[in-house]
Design a protein around this ligand. Structure first.
Ligand SMILES: NC(=O)c1ccc[n+]([C@@H]2O[C@H](COP(=O)([O-])OP(=O)(O)OC[C@H]3O[C@@H](n4cnc5c(N)ncnc54)[C@H](OP(=O)(O)O)[C@@H]3O)[C@@H](O)[C@H]2O)c1
Length: 398
């Protein structure tokens, strides 16, 4: 039986991870749970999964949580705030921590888990993108595993099993194309938040669904693949595959191509990251190729989706630039979801923020540098967008 801790337990990744635990109680037990705001759901999860420790990020919700579980026949440790989440991440005998927090808020808890000697089942890609230069050396130093739970990176990781060192030539990331894959470029000027949140294949949290619509999600995954698999950017490609059946591919030195296939169901990559290197028998719907039907592919349109090139450029610049790209994107997406900026303003905010960071890019950033760059980029986006009405490049988009 594997003991796991789950960060972001109330989100899409979190609830799917707990579905797996509920379905296979003889394989997994939960040591710790951490959530942001959703105190009602966290209380229900504590009742159902009986962790030793749990934390809610919003400090004002702690008394509500304490009250909601006061009749339980055991007393879990209950904490609040960022410090509480960090405590949960490193607590107890869990061997792996599933990181389902959205955004760079996952960085310090992930570092705490690594320092406590726990393997990381990584869904929270923003942490690696912003903190790669700090996280990767820590993974080495503490001798823990960084196991991808993102479906594309899980596919690559699965394909790589048995490939000798030096055998990998290229990584090919598949992309569904997001909410606007069949929209004309001109129509993107008028998209609403509701339009951007209609993902054709996957049901996910709001931020990643918008990232899928801008294709920044794929750009972030390019940087994630670079850090996870040590592949240089020239050898990481993106192909649009609208059916989301092939979750990604690798090309080997001899031109052989390996792919991992499955229905669009995040439980599969999560299960593999939680059970690695074992393969657990499940009764989930088996892939039926005839039912899946045609598998099609097309080139990504970089003009329609500038975020992909912004991510490649930030990844190639390295240092603190990916942290700036990520934070600018997080802030811009939050402003879009609050209807403060338009959909097409998102890449513009990111581009301007990254451009301003060019002369300050720190090639070998410390954790403090990364946190500083993240904070600066968010403020920069807010400052830029507060002047939207006077900026011709934004007005032209409205
Ligand atoms: N969903 C997917 O299928 C999928 C696929 C691949 C990768 N990912 C990655 O997985 C991560 C999570 O995505 P998601 O779709 O599950 O997002 P989500 O549904 O929005 O869930 C986010 C989770 O993070 C929690 N949270 C937010 N801020 C927090 C903080 N400061 N401290 C502690 N917890 C906090 C939320 O808590 P409350 O809800 O309680 O506020 C919630 O539990 C993202 O990095 C995403 O890119 C997701």
């Amino acid at each position: 039986m594997k003991a796991i801790t789950l960060l972001g337990s109330t989100g899409s990744i979190g609830t799917q991870t707990l579905d797996i635990v509920a379905q296979y109680p003889d394989q997994f037990r939960v040591v710790g749970l951490a959530a942001g705001n959703n105190v009602e759901m966290l209380a229900q999860q504590i009742r159902a999964f009986r962790p030793s420790i749990a934390a809610i990020c919003a400090p004002e919700k702690l008394p509500i949580l304490q009250d909601a579980i006061k009749d339980l026949d055991y007393k879990p440790i209950l904490l609040a705030g960022e410090a509480g989440i960090i405590e949960v991440a490193g607590y107890g005998d869990s061997s792996s921590v599933v990181t389902g927090i959205v955004g760079c808020a996952g960085l310090l808890p992930t570092i705490a888990a690594i320092k406590a000697g726990k393997n990381i089942a990584l869904a929270n890609k923003e942490t690696l993108i912003a903190g790669g230069p700090v996280v990767l050396p820590l993974i080495k130093e503490y001798g823990v595993k960084l196991l991808p739970a993102d479906s594309e990176h899980s596919a690559i990781f699965q394909c790589l099993q048995g490939v000798p060192t030096g055998g990998l030539r290229k990584i090919i990331l598949t992309a569904s194309g997001g909410a606007f894959r069949d929209w004309a470029v001109e129509d993107l000027r008028n998209v609403t938040v509701a339009d951007a949140l209609k993902h054709p294949n996957w049901s996910m949290g709001r931020k990643i669904t918008v990232d899928s619509a801008t294709l920044m999600n794929k750009g972030l995954e390019v940087i994630e693949a670079h850090y996870l698999f040590g592949m240089d950017y020239d050898n990481i490609e993106i192909v649009i595959h609208p059916q989301s059946i092939i979750h990604s591919l690798i090309e080997l030195q001899d031109t052989s191509v390996l792919a991992q296939l499955g229905w669009a169901d995040m439980r599969l990559p999560l299960l593999y990251a939680m059970s690695y290197p074992e393969r657990i028998h499940t009764d989930w719907e088996r892939l039926d190729l005839v039912k899946a039907g045609n598998l099609t592919f097309r080139e990504p349109n970089h003009q329609k989706y500038p975020c992909m090139n912004l991510a490649y450029a930030a990844g190639r610049a390295g240092g603190s630039m990916p942290a700036v790209l990520n934070a600018a994107n997080e802030q811009a997406v939050a402003l879009f979801l609050d209807e403060k900026i338009k959909f097409l303003d998102i890449p513009r905010c990111i581009e301007m923020t990254c451009a301003r960071h060019t002369s300050d890019n720190c090639s070998n950033p410390s954790l403090e540098d990364i946190i500083g760059a993240d904070k600066w980029a968010r403020q920069q986006v807010i400052a830029e967008t507060s002047q939207l009405e006077t900026r011709p490049q934004f007005i032209s988009l409205r």
